[in-house]
Design a protein around this ligand. Sequence first.
Ligand code: PMP
Length: 461
Amino acid sequence: MTLHSNRSLLDIDRDHLIHPVTSFRAHEARGATMLQSGKGMWLTDMEGRELLDAFAGLWCVNVGYGHDSIVEVAAEQMRRLPYATGYFHFGNEPAARLAQRLVDLSPEGLDHVYFTLGGSDAVDAAIRYITHYYNAIGKPAKKQCIALDRGYHGSTSTGAGLTALANFHRNFDLPLRWQHHIPSPYPYRSDLEGDDDGIIARSVQQLKDKVAELGADNVAAFFCEPIQGSGGVIVPPVGWLKAIRATCDELGILMVADEVITAFGRTGPMFACEAEGVAPDLITVAKGLTSGYVPMGAVLMSDKVYQGIADGAAVDAVIGHGATYSGHPVSAAVGLEVLRLYTEGGILANGQRVGARFEAGLRAIADHPMVGDTRGRGLLGAIELVADKGSKERFDPALKLPDRLFAKGYENGVIFRAFGDNIIGLAPALCASDEEMDMIFARIRKTLDDLLEEADIRAVV
Ligand code: PMP
């Protein structure tokens, strides 16, 4: 199937544009799928094909495409003040107001906000601030960091080491020696499947064991997503996050919740941590903060960490972390409007309402012969495909199922994520209607049915 028609633009792209997280050679061979416009849940490609976006771009366009009010606040802010630095004690109104909104909306105690350009540099900033914090409070040995083995924490030169995906380490000389991983609580692939308490207890023990191995005096922090996104939408049992918070306190280490995907209504509440009454020491956010309309991320920092850093430096000693675009007024103005759409605009409430339909859709598709597991919370979900439902045996990688799934879904007018483990990742925008939600599942079912008709797949199911 060709997914494109505009040859000259495709050639330009192929010759000059390096795509993120893409095989250079595969891209040269395949070319880009050029997108042209978007409205609500729908994308239009350069051939004029209309596609239902069941992945909100890259789990970010939570309010949906084409909100004029966002365009207007951005244009207005660009006319008034397109740029202001945060250096030299300069400030700007949208950045200050957005920081205040985030403090008001986030769990108790996260009183301070540092703005970044996206999620990766939010994680990177969190690492730098944590390092600074322990040096400042006189515990310089506390530098080891622990994350989950299906975690994703971005792709900076340090953060990519906390990310646990093999291709983020391979040939990049990662992880670094202070970066460690423990197993993810992955109910479907656990021998304890169905025993939520057992899964939580084991995960807590694995964290304790790792800290004991490294020495509690050497461990700085535990990084985790409330639901692991890029690792295949791994949904821990309810109660896991709360147990992890308590364990971090017991061990005397900081807890960093990476809510780059899960915040801003993606799992139901404004922050996923809220659902379990958890207040981490730091939270990283991005994506839904501006719904992808302009780049922006943030680190939300507890007063404890902030005061530790502040007290540890002489009053006139500059803390050397920053970027030209931190607190960018246009991004912040967009962020304020996006937050207004979630709250007063009713988009968060719609996401919660249609989230129930999404979860029901996931449960219903579990009867398909290729589906081993479905899981999700709110509007974040996954469909894990297996060759054998009983043994949970995965499809042979030689079948190249992820590529075929994506291409067949595209043909059927639906875009989703097709992970390497034959996991379909779903994260539709919070603005979806009931009809659009039903259409997403109908198109995915048709995609699976079409693949099941292909001889090599039928032969192994
Ligand atoms: N953390 C998590 C949990 C993420 O999902 C992502 C992006 N998928 C990042 C960090 C990195 O964010 P960005 O791609 O905006 O740099």
